[in-house]
Design a protein around this ligand. Structure first.
Ligand code: P6P
Length: 339
């Protein structure tokens, strides 16, 4: 009798089966993603009952960005750092919630080969109104595993990432990641507590009919961005315009929808934020690698995101990300306006 066909492929089974995809094998990626998956399940449990327990609302503190820290922000940050610390593969974390890098000095981790950049709970302003939020992570090998970990280990260009992914806490909870061999999505099955392969080999359509930008800031945008938005809004059946404007206010949620359906997300420079709002090392680089691995594109309006050399842990960058043809088109409007 043939062995019964397995009905699901869990994240753990998938990573082991694809061990060869991660050149630094010996189970290291497995343990890193296992640790992130464990923390994601714990955070998911709290996100799903946030309205019922005293975990909503502000902490009364602010993070390095000067943004109010929500209780769930702090909880998520603690869970991811604790999980990475106990897993033994990560020696330090750079988090949106911490001004300095967090060295993990446990015996099991202090000599580990990897560092992790993380936005533990992106879109946290949406927590209290029950809108999708997410976690974004990026993994690098240390520059010199025999030297003490420093900021330089985190300031590598995005092309040096060895793994990157996000978790979206939405109508379902998904973990999406890449190690440079394509993009795969796993949906959490609460009945078995496992992330199960649900979106193998994800590809973003080359074009789409969705643009995502906070149009409330339009008067602060460069002229080329305003011209591109006007282009999206014009009535032209041959090119499927007007496009639909969709902006959730959670980068992970807007990115994930555009990855599946095609579209472009833009956070441009504004007069108040000349370098844009989003952070390079723990928001833009991981999503840029994922979108490129899925056939899309990510730039700052002129330069490939993954080739930017970070100067500091919390450096911001403008972001144009999504379907390749749409990002290229938006860049053309910017170039035309540079004179
Ligand atoms: P704005 C959330 O604070 C975030 O970092 C992203 O998740 C989101 O896309 C963006 O900022 C929203 O910013 O200025 O449009 O409210």
């Amino acid at each position: 009798m043939n062995a019964p066909k397995r009905s699901v492929t869990t994240l753990g089974q998938f990573i082991i089966e694809r061990q060869a995809d991660f050149p630094y094998a010996k189970g290291e990626l497995s343990r890193l993603l296992r640790d992130i998956g464990i923390a994601a399940k714990i955070v998911n449990r709290e996100v799903n009952k946030a309205g019922l327990v005293d975990i909503l609302g502000e902490m009364g503190t602010s993070n390095v960005q000067g943004e109010e820290q929500k209780k769930l922000d702090v909880f998520a940050n603690e869970q991811f750092i604790a999980a990475l610390g106990s897993g033994g593969e990560c020696c330090a974390v750079a988090s949106e919630e911490n001004e300095e890098l967090v060295a993990i000095s446990t015996d099991v981790s202090k000599n580990a080969k990897y560092v992790v950049c993380i936005d533990p709970l992106d879109g946290s302003s949406n927590i209290d109104v029950n809108v999708s939020i997410g976690t974004i992570f990026s993994i690098y090998r240390r520059l010199d595993p025999n030297a003490p970990v420093t900021e330089a280990d985190f300031l590598q260009p995005g092309v040096n990432q060895v793994a990157a992914g996000y978790i979206i806490f939405g109508s379902s909870t998904m973990l999406v990641y890449t190690t440079g061999k394509g993009v795969n999505g796993f949906t959490l099955d609460p009945s078995i507590g496992e992330f199960c392969l649900s979106h193998p080999d994800m590809k973003v359509p080359n074009s789409g009919k969705i643009y995502s930008v906070n149009e409330g800031n339009a008067m602060q945008f460069p002229q080329g961005v305003r011209d591109y938005i006007s282009y999206c809004q014009q009535d032209d059946k041959a090119t499927g315009r007007p496009y639909s404007s969709r902006y959730i206010g959670s980068l992970v949620a807007d990115f994930h929808r555009n990855l599946l359906k095609g579209g472009i997300y833009i956070y441009p420079p504004t007069s108040k934020a000349p370098s844009g709002k989003l952070r390079l090392i723990y928001e833009c680089n991981p999503l840029a690698w994922i979108v490129e691995q899925a056939g899309g594109m990510a730039s700052d309006g002129g330069q490939r995101i993954l080739e930017k050399k970070p100067g500091s842990l919390h450096e911001r960058t403008p972001l144009f990300i999504g379907s390749k043809d749409m990002v290229r088109h938006a860049e053309q409007f910017l170039t035309q306006n540079r004179g």
